[in-house]
Design a protein around this ligand. Structure first.
Ligand SMILES: Cc1cc2nc3c(=O)[nH]c(=O)nc-3n(C[C@H](O)[C@H](O)[C@H](O)COP(=O)(O)OP(=O)(O)OC[C@H]3O[C@@H](n4cnc5c(N)ncnc54)[C@H](O)[C@@H]3O)c2cc1C
Length: 402
């Protein structure tokens, strides 16, 4: 092990195994997150206020396309580098991290499944941080059961819009809406076909027949907006269908497998922040004539928190490296997101306990970490769904001869 390879007692991320570029990227993201995101995180959460200037600034710093190719305006970094950025943002403010993660989640499918002209038309303003993206799968009838979605895409057979589609239906829980400019929308061309009818479409804000419904009133990540989308015969031109008719379900699942790694990384950031703040508080706060840090029961809690942060980070990095090696992501990204979100929830809850009444106050920002962590156990696949994905993979392996 090199001198740098272990996580320190504060749970700070290791520098071991990172390239010079990855270290520079991480340091840039950390400085930005701590100077320009963290100071307003409590206030933005309290006011449920999305601050577009933070997104614009991330564009200026090149963070809005970190792992996408330089040839189209991305950062050209490894996926591990992207995970480092997300940990830094998560440590400062998970709401900002989720905005960026969803923005990227809406871009990966265009890169993987788009035609060259779609890539050139759709991605550059998003990579530059000029256009914000949203990923639109969930509906009232289907969250975990995404194949049950009901939004219809009816193909137009004749007239000036022939080859295009009309979308009709409702999406719920769409992060970044209504602020986002570009929406990756999944709809079915034939509900009787189940997953085989699902098709992906690129939809711009402002299209006639596309509007926003209620804003979600959330427990956590409150400065990342989320809203209902309502499609009432919205016209999507033929050139905005992404991939084949019926290919949308595969597009959605493969993109989510990538997105889960970045959500896992953001959760490591939440847990790290909780750990570091708790460590500081135990040394500063006195009870019965001595710092809390001298009480063995509390020291052991802190040690377990550090253990959990390090273990979650190792899994997230393993998943990111698997992505960089081009390996299948289903199982490893589920393991990473499930473990990291459970870790964030546990470590943040422990931090609230260690802070006592101060932890329960909305003024210190500690309870915010706990509220923010809770959502990550639900979105991008609930942690029950991840158990199911992992069990399927384990059983498949054991059933394979040899
Ligand atoms: C903060 C937040 C942001 C979100 N952002 C987006 C977004 O940007 N885009 C988007 O499309 N969606 C988004 N969602 C929606 C999210 O993806 C869904 O909430 C999630 O997939 C769960 O679906 P559901 O809410 O319908 O719950 P359900 O699917 O109804 O699940 C209810 C409960 O049943 C369990 N369950 C369901 N099926 C199974 C099963 N087969 N085995 C075991 N347990 C099961 C679930 O784990 C859960 O505990 C967001 C949600 C939240 C909370």
């Amino acid at each position: 092990m090199t001198p740098n390879a272990a996580a320190g007692p504060s749970g700070a991320p290791s520098a071991g195994g990172l390239t010079a570029e990855e270290r520079l990227l991480r340091d840039t993201a950390r400085e930005f997150a701590q100077r320009e995101v963290a100071p307003t995180a409590i206030e933005r959460d309290e006011q449920e206020r999305f601050d577009r200037s933070i997104f614009t600034r991330m564009g200026e710093l090149g963070l809005t396309g970190t792992p996408l190719p330089e040839s189209i305006g991305g950062g050209g970094f490894s996926y591990l580098g992207w995970a480092l950025v997300m940990e830094e943002l998560g440590a400062a403010d998970m709401a900002t991290a989720v905005t960026l993660s969803v923005h990227l989640l809406s871009q990966f499918p265009v890169l993987s499944y788009g035609r060259p002209e779609q890539i050139e038309r759709w991605l550059p303003p998003m990579l530059a941080g000029e256009a914000l993206g949203a990923f639109c799968l969930t509906e009232p009838a289907g969250g975990s059961d995404a194949a049950a979605l009901r939004t219809r895409a009816e193909r137009i057979d004749d007239g000036p819009d022939a080859g295009g589609y009309r979308l009709t239906g409702t999406k719920i829980w769409i992060s970044n809406a209504p602020e986002a400019d570009r929406y990756l929308v999944f709809a079915t061309v034939d509900p009787s076909k189940g997953p085989k009818g699902i098709t992906a479409f690129l939809v711009e804000k402002g299209v006639e027949g596309f509007r926003f419904g209620a804003h979600e009133k959330k427990m956590g990540i409150r400065s990342c907006p989320a809203a209902e989308l309502i499609f009432d015969g919205a016209l999507v031109p033929a050139e905005n269908r992404l991939g084949e008719e019926g290919g949308g379900y595969r597009i959605a699942l493969s993109s989510l497998a990538e997105g889960r790694i970045s959500i896992g990384a953001g959760c490591v950031g939440i847990a790290r922040s909780a750990l570091e703040q708790a460590a500081g508080y135990l040394q500063q706060r006195k009870a019965f004539g001595a710092p809390l840090a001298e009480l063995q029961g509390l020291r052991f809690m802190l040690a377990e928190m550090a253990r959990d942060v390090a273990a979650a980070r190792a899994l997230v990095h393993e998943a990111a490296r698997a992505k960089d090696r081009g390996e299948p992501l289903g199982e490893v990204s589920s393991l990473a997101k499930w473990t990291a979100s459970d870790t964030a929830m546990k470590v943040a809850t422990d931090a609230v306990q260690l802070f006592g009444g101060s932890g329960y106050s909305r003024e210190t920002g500690i309870e915010r970490l706990m509220r923010d962590a809770k959502g990550a156990q639900i979105y991008e696949g609930t942690n029950q769904i991840h158990r199911s994905i992992v069990a399927d993979a384990v059983l498949k392996r054991s059933a394979t001869p040899g």
